[in-house]
Design a protein around this ligand. Structure first.
Ligand code: ADP
Length: 275
């Protein structure tokens, strides 16, 4: 349905949208879903979703709990493979490669398309070893100490971590642990970072630091972010995709979604009528 001025003016929340629209810019879709349906058993969790994740932008996926956001996000690096009842139909590509095709090595895919989870999950090892681990496994040949430093700097944790590198990661605060998990993902030299509610376990100050970091990371990485926090989507994303009951209702530049959404369901969700 076309939006009307009356609808757009109807009690939109006072949310500051940070980013200018990208529509005019030609962008590459790093990940593309085409008519993607994902089922658990016979029940679809994601229904015929067609969505591009554009390069070096932050795409937020929003929608009420249970609408399929995480399932969609996790399909992008085949994290759902571990669920035996899960089946996929439709097409899902990473830089043109069929993610579910036989030519795709899921381990290499997960290196290129890293993931940060809801709850920070550092290994019970030192800060240094958390970051060095993936690089070492991947046969990193350079100076490991420098690589760890660069990764921690990129994740805005170096200043806090440099004097305690060999202390347990579990002694860090929740927000620091989440930045450490981002550093660990960055150490693998990914192309895309998938973030599944990365701030939901954090206090407002730690959340603000992660949001600033996400904004900064997109100069180098493509980010897809699942969040139930619509203000967060407005603050950090360039594009917003709104899902409802497994379907993609609409996707557009974030400022359009938050000021003049095309679908009344989007309007209802962002104005807090449900969710
Ligand atoms: P969201 O991230 O939007 O909260 P999810 O992708 O987690 O939604 O879930 C979408 C639907 O899939 C829900 O109905 C949920 O119960 C179902 N679901 C999620 N994970 C599983 C699973 N491992 N097995 C069966 N059903 C699942």
């Amino acid at each position: 349905m076309e939006s009307t001025p009356a609808m757009a003016a109807d009690a939109l929340p006072s949310i500051t949208v940070k980013h200018a629209p990208h529509s005019a810019r030609a962008v590459t879709a790093v990940i593309r879903t085409e008519q993607l349906t994902i089922r658990y058993g016979s029940t679809p969790a994601v229904g015929a979703v067609t969505l591009d994740i554009p390069e070096q932008q932050v795409t937020a996926i929003i929608g009420p709990s249970g609408c399929g956001k995480s399932t969609l996000l996790r399909s992008m690096n085949r994290m759902n493979d571990f669920i035996p009842s899960m089946s996929v139909e439709g097409r899902l590509t990473y830089r043109g490669m069929d993610i579910n095709g036989s030519a795709c090595d899921p381990v290499e895919l997960r290196r290129r398309v890293g993931m940060v989870f809801q709850k920070p999950n550092p290994f019970p090892k030192s800060i240094f070893r958390n970051v060095a681990w993936g690089a070492a496994i991947n046969g990193y040949r350079g100076n490991l100490a420098e690589h760890v430093e660069q990764s921690l700097r990129r994740a805005a944790l170096w200043d806090e971590a440099k004097d305690v590198l060999h202390k347990s990661a579990l002694a860090l605060s929740g927000g620091q642990q989440q930045r450490l998990c981002i550093a660990r993902a960055i150490a693998l030299q990914p192309d895309v970072l998938l973030m599944d509610e990365p701030c939901s376990a954090l206090d407002p100050i730690a959340t603000a630091r992660i949001e600033d970091l996400i904004d900064d990371l997109k100069s180098e990485y493509t980010v897809a972010l699942v969040t139930h926090n619509i203000q967060q989507a407005a603050r950090v994303s360039d594009r917003t995709a709104f899902m409802y009951m497994g379907e993609l209702i609409e996707v557009d530049d974030t400022n359009v979604i938050f000021t003049n959404p095309g679908n009344p369901k989007t309007q209802d969700y962002i104005t807090g009528r449900f969710g």
